[in-house]
Design a binder for this molecule. Sequence first.
Ligand code: DNO
Length: 341
Amino acid sequence: MILTFRWFNDTDPIPLKYIAQIPNMKSVVTAVYNVPVGKVWPKEKLIQLKKQCLKHHLSMEVIESIPVHEDIKLGKPSRDKFIANYIENIKRCASVGVKCICYNFMPVFDWLRTNMKYQHQDGSNSLAYSRKDFDKIDPKHLHLPGWDESYSPKELQTLLKEYQKISHQDLFNHLVYFLKKIMPTCEKYKVKMAIHPDDPPWDIFGLPRVVSNEKDLDKMFKAVPSKCNGLTFCTGSFGAGRFNDLVHMANKYAKRIYFLHARNIQYTDKKDSFVETGHMVGSLPMIKIIKALVKNGFNGYVRPDHGRNIWGENHKPGYGLYDRALGAAYLNGVFASLEDK
Ligand code: DNO
């Protein structure tokens, strides 16, 4: 495995120097953040980011994310223009050595939680989701830190209305259209696309979601079999859906998994509520999942995903240094013992 760490570059209070001090850290996962969704990223910015990483002996091989413009997800006529820009971004990333691009196809909203600072008994805090709190949310006024994109209340209203006409099958068709258009470029420049699952893996606010479970993945890989069409296996996202058998999925899709987001959650009710926990402890069988991946030849990028705020840290939810560094140490141990033949 290749150990990586997400870094929000210009806005990230965590210096690359600290990231580089984590044992076995190899690569930085980042993106260009100040360019509107759908526009082309300046090449100079990518070169500058790469130089910053190299200064600390870290590579920059994974981008998370190049966001997909809503017109592509909605299948509007303007999508071709945005897909052309997306293709240009893939080429520009490839030109600075990027090998894997994480993205998602969730309409309007990225990941969703109902509590940014759930207090644990040990004094740490983390992200959490509860159905009871979810039911109180007005989607027209929603913004969560850590999202790649967010909209004004007016834009949200318009978008939500536009999606009323879009069925699951429509959204899936639009995903396939997008993938078929970008695959030739990915193949030519050897860039692997790694779609991030829906988080949580079910429809929210009446919006369709099509990357939530095994059936969705089978359908997507059947429609677009190119090897450049791959998956970000986000354990916490798939795992929030109790219908998902993560060990089975890790076995089945190992060869399509190019990026592992490892994080754990603890179920807090019998239905769909959960809190995020340290990487080692929780409801998800992390060791069994990683064993299944390694057994099936997984050799991709791994990053410790969301951590708690611990040791007095008060960071962007999920993205502090300390708990993610502990997660990295844990993942190092698990992978080292399994990969040692
Ligand atoms: C949350 C992240 C997601 C992810 C996007 C990928 O912490 O895992 O925001 O980056 O869904 O496009």
